[in-house]
Design a protein around this ligand. Sequence first.
Ligand SMILES: Cc1cc2nc3c(=O)[nH]c(=O)nc-3n(C[C@H](O)[C@H](O)[C@H](O)COP(=O)(O)OP(=O)(O)OC[C@H]3O[C@@H](n4cnc5c(N)ncnc54)[C@H](O)[C@@H]3O)c2cc1C
Ligand code: FES
Ligand code: FES
Length: 1342
Amino acid sequence: MAADKLVFAVNGERFEVAKVDPSTTLLEFLRTRSRYTGPKLGCGEGGCGACVVFLSKYDPVSGQVNGSSVSSCLTLLCNINLCSVTTTEGLGNSKDGFHSIHQRFAGFHASQCGFCTPGMCMSLFSALNNADNTNRPEPPRGFSKIKKYEAEKAISGNLCRCTGFRPIADVCKSFAADVDLEDLGFNIFWEKPEDANVERLPPYNQHKVCTFPEFLKCEINSSMNTLKSFKDNGALECQWYRPASFDELYELLNSSEFIESHVKMVVGNTMSGVYKEINLYDKYISLTGIPELSIIERNSKGFTLGAAVTISKAIEVLKERDGNVLKTDGELVFGRIAEHMDKVATPFVRNMASLGGNLIMAQRYQFPSDIATILLAAGSTVCLQMASERLILSLEEFLEGPPYDDRTILVSIHIPYWSSASISSSGTSKYNIIFGTYRAAPRPLGNAVSYLNSAFLAHVASDRSSGDIVLLKLHLAFGAYGTEHAIRARKVENFLVGKMLTVSVLIEAIKLLKEIIIPKEGTSHPRYRTSLAVAFLFKFFQPLSKDLAQVEKNNLHIPDVILSSKQLVEFSTEYFPVGKPIKKVAAEIQASGEALYVDDIPSSKDCLYGAFIYSTRPFARIKGITFNPTLVSSKIVAYISINDIPEGGKNVGSSFRFADEPLFADSLTEYSGQCLGIVVAETQRYANMAAKQAIVQYSTKGLEPPILSVEDAVRRSSFFDIPPSLYPTKVGDLARGMDEADHKILSAEVKLESEHYFYMETQTAFAIPDEDNCIVVYSSNQYPEGTQGVIAKCLGIPQHNVRVITRRVGGGFGGKATRSNPIATACALTAFKLRRPIKMYLDRSTDMVMVGGRHPMKITYSVGFKSDGKITALYLNLLVNAGISEDYSPLISHAIITCLKKYNWGALAFDIKLCKTNLTSKSSMRAPGQVQGSYIAEAIIERVASFLSLDVDVVRKRNLHTYESLKFFYGSSSGEAPEYTLPAIVDELFTSASYFNRLEMVLHFNSCNKWKKRGISWVPIVYEVEPMPTPRKVSILNDGSIVVEVGGIEIGQGLWTKVKQMAAFGLEQLWDEEKKYLLDRVRIIQADTLSLVQGGLTAGSTKSEASCEAVRLACSILVSRLKPLKQSLEEQMGSISWDTLITQANLQFVNLSASTFWVADDTSSYLNYGTAISEVEIDVLTGATTILRADLTYDCGQSLSPAVDLGQVEGSFVQGIGFFVYEKLEENSDGLVISDGTWTYKIPSIDTIPKHFNIRVMNSGHHKDRVLSSKASGEPPLLLAASVHSAIRKAIRAARADFSSTDPNDSSVSSFQFDPPATMPLVKELCGLDTVEKYLEAHGEV
Ligand SMILES: Cc1cc2nc3c(=O)[nH]c(=O)nc-3n(C[C@H](O)[C@H](O)[C@H](O)COP(=O)(O)OP(=O)(O)OC[C@H]3O[C@@H](n4cnc5c(N)ncnc54)[C@H](O)[C@@H]3O)c2cc1C
Ligand code: FES
Ligand code: FES
């Protein structure tokens, strides 16, 4: 094997690459130059796990193969020379048989849109592989050696926006022998928990997958001498070097060729996930070939770890100890360091990321490192190589120095061994070492940088006379709080050393600390971060102080991951196979990576790639767009702008019922994030980078300031019209209701922020010019019909020239209803202009910046109520921020009010204004308007309760509708009295979830615990839906197979699954008694706007049922055509098979294709009901929330596909948790989204979902007006997550009552503005940023 070639294996296939741009990532290579598209691009920053693959290395000396998960989006291809890559396709596939991981993902209903699934499978595979390679005893047959806890943590770095994680956790746990299989969730392997048995699960065989092929081992063995370094001289522009010694390194660096070059030095290259690269490098140097950088030495003085040692390896060795017992303080320190490191990034990042890389990032780029802080406290030193000089510095000196240039190499890190064996000379007894590390971050298991981290090391001794603890030596390190680098709080250390740890000493220490921990200008939540420093110092010292040491009672350790779950899914076989909980269509191929998403469609050889240049100013004249001459801008092939719109075409990029929206800004920008032009290059990465290099000159001279808030819009009367037919109608007589009230709150406020879709597959399209002025566009889209119209208008061609095809969508949540239009249109325009295929796949940041999201709004209200809590009148003033264009917004007022009406307000009136602002257009997002409406209702109920000092549950119940009031508020949608199941659901859930007992327990807990507070709450929902008109076509082919086309799009919601069941049911009506099983004969195919017209919009939770009804009608047409033939054949032949019937039908020219267009009648709108109880625990010191338990009951009518509906209920609830607790979309002062990726925008992950998660999907029986008695499930359960917010409010109230300096019953304690999301800083702020100080002062006084 030649050393100038890159050789590696993917799924056992040999790859030899001679020419490659060394900046190519493994993911890019796999997706564009191999046939493996299983690994997906979800973020490109190491933060989502969609791209995870298993990377194995072979050591020719030991003959051992070691492998681990890595994020292929950060791994450089050149770094995997002589490695073997296993992607999800390598585990198994539809041809050779799926892997049990794939099968269990399908069988446990753990894949919805499927975009995250390949990465999930690989993270799980890696965890199983790791466990199976340990020397633990062999597990029982069918299991891995993995432990339940490890199995759940296996996917801790992977994000899923659809499932809510619970079923994925079950898949993972199903491999662990210590799991009780009966506890696993709803699946296709057994019907009842009692039947749970490993034999029923797809068998797991740990040896099934060969992760390192023999041929590669042989190649490595036979050419060991020539493989010292890989140097690619064949690359065109850039080169890759892997020096084998410092001499070689400096020889390279000193050569004239390098001095003039733009060189990047790398180890794991994970920094590119943190600081995005927007230019290319001339040369790359990998430091991994220098042996000293990989040393691991342990001796009596401590650990020396080479700088290139990965974080995972460091964790592994630091955890190692003699025997299984922690024997010494030194080992305790190492163990704690390892535990903390376990929360750095994600497993698949830690497997590549080096310790040295982390410290260099901290030193050179002010990265908020955890590792720097904990190693600083542990008294570590670093060894540096500066040309021929070696330097040993303390970590503190290293961090404090000016940023080192890239000729300074970090060689190793030494962590000293701390021992408590010595005897102090100062009269105190033997001292002990105490070491603690802390971090406050939005996610407990990592995958989130901290607001502040800290680590403390103390030598403590007990004073012989007083028994007090004396502090002999201290290292107090703090980092990540908006500081240039981690620091030692020397002043505090100096003050404390030698002192006895009394309350007053601690108070003084905290005062000093607050003078030191001051986040630099511009850091978010500065006071919160300072308060965290105080909290952690207190947490460390509290157990040491005899005045303060008190163990919190009932304060059990809550594991980081899900503890248990229950699903009660009620279904009926009345319409079998409709109603059967089958696995989701295509679930296995989604897991195995064979399912095709738009970007997986192979690009033809002349394909080019486009990226948007967007405006960063909300309202400005564009004076020019230029590019600096850089390596990457030289890659630009074309630039497409408004001037390229063909004659007869129009500058239109999106359109909905109400108005068109331009594709390009036309000389004047209207909002930050607006498209200015499209950069076209030969790869997506070059296009993305080049677009970011664009220099846009703006001028605001003579222009009015932009409108960036609803208040601005009101001042400037900037509104969109709401057509009268869409304006909701008021209910009752407001004046009378107000007159009846005993009390009134005249002006209270609720503010709701935006939320991003964060679908795992960002917006993407692929346009291919076709003959005769036609174009084919593959689009990830919920509304292809709409997109077809927009493209035709933009290009000035008839719609029949535009074919938009959508097979599946990697998550939509409304974001691909209209917001996919600009991408598809831009792609089509570029392809049309260049006459070449064009792909566009937005990077995560561009997607988040350009694509609107949920509507923010501000609500002021007046409410009148009786003394017993009965509300008599409500008046609301709603200012909805619609952004720059109408889009879906005129429909939102109806949506808000319909869900707000869930309570009987007596009388309800409102004024709703749709504000036009210079912001991205807000659009429909899962439960658009409804979630806000439902929440506003809860906020009002809470407010009334606290005004009256009544229990909120009393007020909530008092205002629940009776059937009569429901009818008054909802009219015909409320159906018949027995259909109003909500009151019964609520009562049943109170009993099944032991609500009242738990209320008592929460009170008790709160009375026993100071720093942890709990809250439990419930909310009901009423959600109105209306099925939309839908077409479909059912055709039976010669061989009896059935193909179905529907207007609805499979976006993960299981539409295809329900339609498949319905098609089988519909055609099985041919048989009066005995049903034939046609399910496996049915295939649903992609939406194609020229094949099935009037496809409409997939949204509003009802497209599945509408599609099903349309299919049922089409099937009944076919049945009516086939029935006479069947009867006559049966008369001749007796009973006949389906195949015979179809063969005969073909021979007799029966039309075997039927189309219908189903339009719901006027009575088709109906109400959905559900309720949830959530219990939370908040950490008063950090503001962190743990959702201890959630119980949901959702009335699904007679579910069409119970497993699908269960998935929708759980998934939307967890998405709602995101809205109510975690997701904070932030903009700068120009309205430009700045929380634009996985670093800054936190959707829920497995460690943030309820620890006990119990769902009941209720079957409320026959509903004559529903599609086979079914009800919607996609959106309504999202609203139930408000119960979590409400429970947090209660917990905060308990904390405020404890720390209040006034009467705990004072209204300032119980009534406070608490708008979602309930982020950590907000929760802590509301509990009090000074709780520790108050507590200490109170104790000091005693
Ligand atoms: C998604 C994600 C989440 C993360 N979360 C956390 C977190 O919670 N806490 C935390 O502390 N960190 C976190 N990190 C940071 C992570 O630890 C670092 O990215 C990683 O350790 C860098 O190592 P690397 O080998 O990949 O460095 P590279 O990316 O290869 O290099 C980083 C920089 O260091 C230089 N460099 C590397 N090694 C040396 C050396 N030996 N001598 C001189 N220069 C060198 C490189 O030239 C480059 O400039 C996260 C990173 C990611 C991607
Ligand atoms: S795409 Fe690699 S981690 Fe998200
Ligand atoms: S199934 Fe996980 S992101 Fe859709």
